[in-house]
Design a protein around this ligand. Sequence first.
Ligand SMILES: [Zn+2]
Length: 151
Amino acid sequence: MNDTGAAFKWKHAKKMTTPNPTMAADSTGADLYYRTQLDQGNFQIQRCTDCDRSIFYPRMICPHCGSDKLSWFSPSGRGTVYSTTTVRRKPEHGGDYNVALIDLEEGARMMSRVEGIAPDAVRIGQPVQAVLVDDQSGKLVVFNPAEPKND
Ligand SMILES: [Zn+2]
């Protein structure tokens, strides 16, 4: 009986420390799709088909209602600055840059930066438009100042 118990414990311990490739693929699937589309020039975010809210950052489960019925779509790219910060950096390292939280008009909020104006000239509530730029690691969504939307 003691032998059986030891064998069970060993099996259990082994199972706990064996990486689960299926689980790893699931948790990175949404992010991988996002990156792959972005590198092809397609900026896509998710929408929950149960509660109809837009979602960013890419994930497998809706953060609003817990549904796993998420679909991809291309947002308009129009948004407004929710918050903005100037990150100080020495000129020899590229100078100051902007970090901003942008509210997309579809409702999702994303961290990015506003380019095309001085980092400290970015204002909360300012209309912006998404553009794709090349980064060291691939394409990246940044925002340029935009004209206010005329309804
Ligand atoms: Zn939902």
